[in-house]
Design a protein around this ligand. Structure first.
Ligand code: BGC
Length: 707
C-alpha cells in the first residue's frame, strides 16, 4: 500500500446524497476510487451505500471495501426510547434485543458500524448528553454496556445483520465542568477508575469492536491524545485490541485545546496515543505525511493502525461479502414485529414518579378527557435526540395514542402554549377545556433538541410558559376536583418539585420513540402496569447537583440537630426521587431478607434472597436492587454501592422470592494504591425498591480472608 492508501484507511469522512448522486463533504467519489478514503459516516440506504461500495471494490487499485458508520443510538428507522429511558427497564435481555433489532434495521440500510453504545456515567442532568447514556451508576452502566455490545454485534460480527459497536465516549466525559458540554473535566484517578471506567471495561470484555475517545480533556490532557488512558489503560490493562476511532473533528480540535500547534502535530499526538481512525478532521491525510517528515511518528505506527482497521473490515465480513448488508429487504412482518417491540420497550421505560390516590390507571372509558400541553400532539419531538433517519411522520403522539386506546371517550386537545415561547394567550382555552373533562392529561417538557449533544441547560424547570400553563390548569382542575396526570418528556431528570407536589400523577416519559403515544396509552389505560425505574436521581433544586446515591459519608454527615453538618439551609440533601424510584400498579412489600454465607471469603458467592408480596389489586412487575456498604475500610466507601438487580412479576396477592447471586470479588474496591483489594471486615447488604435508604432491608455480614 502507498502512504496515501494507508492514510485513506485511517480516514473517515461524512457523505451525503444529492439529487445528482452521492456527494462527499469536501471531497469526491474520486477519492474513493483513488483509495484515499476508507470509511464513511452518515450515508445510508442500500442503493447509495452499494453505489459507493462498488467504486471502492471495483474501481480502486486495491479494492478494499468501505466501512459505513452511523449513529444508531436508539434505533434506526424504528425508534426505541432514548438510552436513558431504556436504562430504566433494568432488563439486560430487553437492552440486547432492542440493540440487535436496531442493528438489523441499520444493516439492511448498508451500515456496518454504529457509534454506540454511549457509556458515559452522568450525575449531572444539566449535561444534555445524559440522555444518551445509562444514568448515574457505573455498575448499571457496565450491565448496559455488555447487553448493548452483544445486541449490536450478535454472535458473529460477519453476519449480515450485525454492526460493529463503538463504545463511547472514553472516558469520564460525564463530569464536564458545570454540566456544560465539551467543557474541561478535572477529577481524581480514583473517580475515573471507580465510576467512569467500569462500563468501558465491560464493553471491552463483551468484545466491542471499537472505542471512541471523548472530546474533552481530563486534567489538561485531551482524551484524543491521552496516551496513558488509551495505551496503558485501554489497550494495556483492559486488553482492548480493536479500533480506536476519533470523535468528529476531535484531532484538529487538539489545536483549540492548546496542545498542538498545527495539524501535523495534532495528528502525531493522536496517532501516538493510539487513535486509528481520524473522523472528519482530515488530520491524518493532510498532517501525517508532515509528521513523518518531522520525525514525530514512525511508519510502523501507521502500519499498525491500518492493520487494525483492515482486521475490523475483515471481521465484519466486508472483504468476502462487501454488499451483504443491504442485499435483502426486510420483510413487512419483521418491521411490524419490531414496531411492536418498540411499543413494549417504550411502555416499560416509562417511570411513574407519583400516583396519588391511585388516579392511574384511568377508569374504564372516561366520558371526556382533555389532553393539554405543547407535547400532546408533537410527533417529531417523540423521536428524541439522535434520530438520524428523516422524519417519516409515523411517530404516535399522546393524543393519537389515547384516541385509539379509548374509542368511547371524547378526547379534547389544547396545546395551550408552545414548548419554549413567550405567548400565554392559549392558556385560557386550556382552562376552558378543564371545565368539560373528567380527567386532565397534561403533556409537558422539553423539545427533543434540548438534550443530547451541545444541549446543556442551566435551568431544569419546564421551558417557556409551560409552568404558567400547568399552574392554571391545575388550579382550575382543583376547584372542580378533576384529577391531573402530568406526562413529562425530557432527556434528563427535570427539576419540577412544584409539579410533583400538585399533580395527582406524574409519569416520566423521557422520549419514547416511534410508538410513544401507544406506549403511554397502554400505561394510562392500565393495559400495561408501569415498571420503569429512574436510572438517575431527580433533584429538588439545581443547586443539589450532583445528587446521586453513591456519595461518601464524610466526617460530618447531615444531622438536623447539629448545625455544623453537611447539609443545605434551604433544601434537604436527598433528591426528590432517588435512583431506582418508580411506581407500578401493584403494591409490593419486601420481607424476610436472607443473606448467606454470614462469613464470606473472596472465592465464594454472596447469595441474597428476599420475599416479595404484591398487596395491590393488579398484576405488576417489581424490580429489587441490591446495594452494599463497606462500613469500615482503608478508603472511605460510598454509602450505597449497586451490586445487583432483579425483577419479578406477581399477580394480586401473589408472593414470590427474588434471588440474587454476587461473586464475592464484586465486593473488592480500589485500595490506597488504587489496586483491587478484598478487605476483611463488616459489610452491610441492603435490598429494596430504590436507593432511598429508608426503604431498604439490611443485614450485616463479615468478609473474611480466604485463608
Ligand atoms: C458525537 C459522537 C458521534 C459523532 C458522529 C459527535 O459530535 O460526539 O457521539 O458519534 O459526532 O456523528
Amino acid at each position: 500500500m502507498t502512504l496515501a492508501e494507508k492514510l485513506g484507511q485511517l480516514t473517515m469522512t461524512a457523505a451525503g446524497y444529492a439529487v445528482t448522486g452521492p456527494v462527499i463533504a469536501g471531497d469526491s467519489t474520486a477519492a474513493i476510487r483513488a483509495g484515499t478514503i476508507g470509511n464513511l459516516l452518515n450515508l445510508f440506504g442500500a442503493d447509495r451505500v452499494h453505489e459507493l461500495q462498488r467504486i471502492a471494490v471495483e474501481e480502486s487499485r486495491l479494492g478494499i471495501p468501505l466501512l459505513f458508520a452511523l449513529d444508531v443510538i436508539h434505533g434506526h428507522r424504528t425508534l426505541f426510547p432514548i438510552p436513558l429511558a431504556e436504562a430504566a427497564l433494568f432488563d439486560p435481555a430487553a437492552w440486547a434485543l432492542s440493540a440487535s433489532e436496531a442493528a438489523a434495521e441499520a444493516a439492511a440500510d448498508g451500515i456496518a458500524m454504529t457509534f454506540a453504545p454511549m457509556l458515559d456515567v452522568s450525575r449531572d442532568p444539566r449535561w444534555g448528553r445524559s440522555a444518551e447514556g445509562p444514568g448515574e451508576d457505573p455498575w448499571l452502566g457496565a450491565q448496559v454496556a455488555q447487553a448493548k455490545v452483544r445486541g449490536f454485534q450478535g454472535p458473529e460480527l460477519a453476519a449480515a445483520q450485525a454492526l460493529a459497536a463503538v463504545a463511547k465516549h472514553y472516558c469520564a466525559y460525564g463530569p464536564v465542568t458545570a454540566g456544560r458540554d465539551y467543557a474541561s473535566v478535572d477529577i481524581s484517578e480514583r473517580s475515573v477508575r471507580e465510576v467512569h471506567l467500569p462500563p468501558f471495561a465491560a464493553a471491552v470484555r463483551a468484545g466491542a469492536a471499537a472505542v471512541m475517545p471523548a472530546f474533552t480533556d481530563l486534567a489538561g490532557i485531551p482524551l484524543t491524545a491521552h496516551r496513558e488512558l488509551l495505551q496503558d489503560v485501554l489497550r494495556g490493562e483492559l486488553g482492548f485490541d480493536g479500533v480506536i476511532v476519533s470523535d468528529y473533528n476531535a484531532i484538529a480540535e487538539l489545536i483549540r485545546h492548546g496542545v498542538a500547534a498545527d495539524l501535523p502535530q495534532a495528528a502525531a499526538l493522536a496517532l501516538n496515543a493510539g487513535v486509528d481512525i481520524d473522523m472528519m478532521a482530515n488530520a491524518y491525510r493532510a498532517g501525517l505525511p508532515v509528521s513523518l517528515e518531522r520525525g514525530l511518528v514512525q511508519p510502523a505506527q501507521i502500519d499498525r493502525a491500518v492493520h487494525r482497521v483492515l482486521t475490523l473490515k475483515q471481521r465484519l465480513g466486508l472483504f468476502d461479502h462487501p454488499y451483504q448488508r443491504g442485499a435483502v429487504r426486510e420483510a413487512p412482518a419483521t418491521l411490524a414485529a419490531r414496531r411492536q417491540l418498540a411499543r413494549t420497550v417504550a411502555a416499560q421505560s416509562l417511570v411513574l414518579l407519583r400516583n396519588e390516590r391511585s388516579v392511574l390507571p384511568l377508569a374504564d372509558s372516561p366520558r371526556c378527557l382533555a389532553v393539554i400541553g405543547p407535547l400532546a400532539d408533537a410527533a417529531a419531538e417523540m423521536r428524541g435526540p439522535w434520530a438520524m433517519t428523516p422524519d417519516d411522520g409515523t411517530q404516535v403522539t399522546v393524543l393519537a395514542g389515547l384516541r385509539s386506546a379509548l374509542p368511547a371517550t371524547e378526547v379534547l386537545h389544547v396545546a395551550g402554549v408552545e414548548i419554549d415561547g413567550a405567548d400565554r394567550s392559549g392558556i385560557a382555552a386550556a382552562v376552558r377545556a378543564v371545565a368539560q373533562a373528567e380527567i386532565i392529561v397534561l403533556c409537558l417538557g422539553e423539545a427533543a433538541g434540548m438534550s443530547g449533544e451541545a444541549a446543556s441547560r442551566a435551568h431544569l424547570d419546564l421551558p417557556g410558559q409551560q409552568r404558567a400553563l400547568a399552574q392554571a390548569v391545575i388550579d382550575a382542575a382543583r376547584e372542580r376536583r378533576t384529577p391531573v396526570v402530568a406526562i413529562l418528556f425530557s432527556g434528563r431528570p427535570l427539576v419540577v418539585p412544584w409539579l410533583a407536589e400538585q399533580a395527582d400523577a406524574v409519569l416520566a416519559a423521557w422520549f419514547p420513540g416511534s410508538e410513544a403515544g401507544h406506549a403511554i396509552a397502554d400505561v394510562l389505560s392500565g393495559r400495561v402496569s408501569p415498571c420503569g425505574r429512574t436510572p438517575m436521581a431527580w433533584p429538588r433544586a439545581v443547586g443539589q447537583i450532583p445528587v446521586y446515591f453513591a456519595q461518601r459519608p464524610g466526617g460530618r454527615p447531615a444531622d438536623s440537630n447539629n448545625h455544623f453538618t453537611s447539609r443545605y439551609l434551604d433544601v434537604p440533601n436527598e433528591p426528590l426521587f432517588a435512583f431506582g424510584h418508580g411506581l407500578s400498579y401493584g403494591r409490593f412489600r419486601l420481607s424476610n431478607l436472607q443473606v448467606s454465607p454470614r462469613q464470606l471469603n473472596e472465592r465464594e458467592r454472596l447469595e441474597v434472597r428476599v420475599d416479595v408480596l404484591n398487596e395491590g389489586s393488579r398484576t405488576a412487575r417489581e424490580t429489587v436492587f441490591l446495594f452494599t456498604h463497606d462500613v469500615l475500610a482503608s478508603v472511605s466507601r460510598p454509602l450505597l454501592e449497586l451490586k445487583g438487580f432483579a425483577a419479578i412479576e406477581l399477580q394480586p396477592g401473589e408472593r414470590g422470592t427474588v434471588t440474587l447471586s454476587v461473586p464475592a470479588t464484586e465486593l473488592r474496591f480500589l485500595g490506597l494504591d488504587l489496586r483491587p483489594v478484598f478487605e476483611a471486615g463488616e459489610i452491610e447488604i441492603l435490598v429494596g425498591p430504590s436507593a432511598d435508604r429508608r426503604h431498604l432491608l439490611a443485614q450485616t455480614i463479615e468478609l473474611i480472608d480466604a485463608g
